[in-house]
Design a protein around this ligand. Structure first.
Ligand SMILES: Nc1ncnc2c1ncn2[C@@H]1O[C@H](COP(=O)(O)OP(=O)(O)OP(=O)(O)O)[C@@H](O)[C@H]1O
Ligand SMILES: [Mg+2]
Length: 213
């Protein structure tokens, strides 16, 4: 889990300018700064987490770091989302499978919705994470590698689709119809996290088929 967290945090720091650029168009231009600050605070304390930390405890630590160190809307939303989602990984019998990832996404979305009162279609990060949750809920029997890939494809399309939506939450909503045509920054950061996490799971936890000579 530490490896997955590190890779996601590195990617958010690397994509800081891209996320800020998106937020400059329909917000106040701080989303990249906010996400990079959260990611850096996670990296600063990741090695101090006990060796015996469970996956659930590490995800909770990430949520608390975002909650404590990141201002704006996205920090508290990601923070409460990850803290809630960590519960899906608790318990000794938890397996890294479609059901667990589906539960993780469900808890994340429920917490973000409880805190921010946004719905699907409001042009927020939820327009990536809700379709992603649906992929896992609808395809529990699909092999995990296929599901992770389907998740990535869905997320890519969902980010693009936020262009067509009119913002109804956050600063972008002040623009009304003028927010149409632009990608939602929070949707883009959620997509970066999923892309990195799902590729990490694929690489490290799923046996690759033998390559034909
Ligand atoms: N109520 C909400 N529910 C879910 N996501 C939200 C909500 N409000 C904003 N967001 C997400 O947060 C992103 C903006 O995060 P940012 O780090 O820029 O914080 P901010 O500048 O305080 O946000 P905002 O001005 O949108 O309130 C948006 O692109 C959107 O995806
Ligand atoms: Mg902003």
């Amino acid at each position: 889990m530490k490896g997955a967290i590190k890779i996601c945090a590195d990617a958010l720091i690397k994509e800081r300018n891209y996320l800020t650029e998106l937020d400059t168009k329909i917000g106040d231009g701080d989303h990249g700064i906010n996400m990079a600050r959260g990611a850096q605070s996670v990296l600063d304390e990741l090695d101090d987490q006990p060796e015996a930390s469970t996956a659930s405890e590490l995800v909770k630590f990430v949520g608390e770091a975002f909650l404590m160190n990141v201002g704006g809307s996205a920090g508290p939303l990601y923070g409460s989302g990850f803290i809630a989602a960590s519960k899906a990984l608790a318990g000794s019998k938890v397996a890294l499978d479609a059901k667990t990832i589906g539960r993780f996404l469900h808890e994340f979305n429920a917490a973000v919705q409880k805190r921010g009162h946004a719905e699907a279609g409001d042009k927020t990060m939820l327009d990536v994470t809700i379709p992603l949750e649906k992929v896992f809920a609808d395809n529990e029997d699909m092999p995990l590698a296929d599901l992770l890939k389907l998740g990535r494809d869905t997320v890519r399309d969902s980010v693009e689709y936020t262009k067509e939506l009119e913002a109804r939450r956050g600063r972008a909503s002040y623009l009304g119809a003028r927010s149409i045509g632009f990608i939602d920054p929070g949707a883009a950061s959620a997509a970066i996290i999923w892309r990195e996490a799902s590729l990490y799971i694929e690489k490290n936890f799923i046996a690759q088929p033998a390559v034909e000579a």
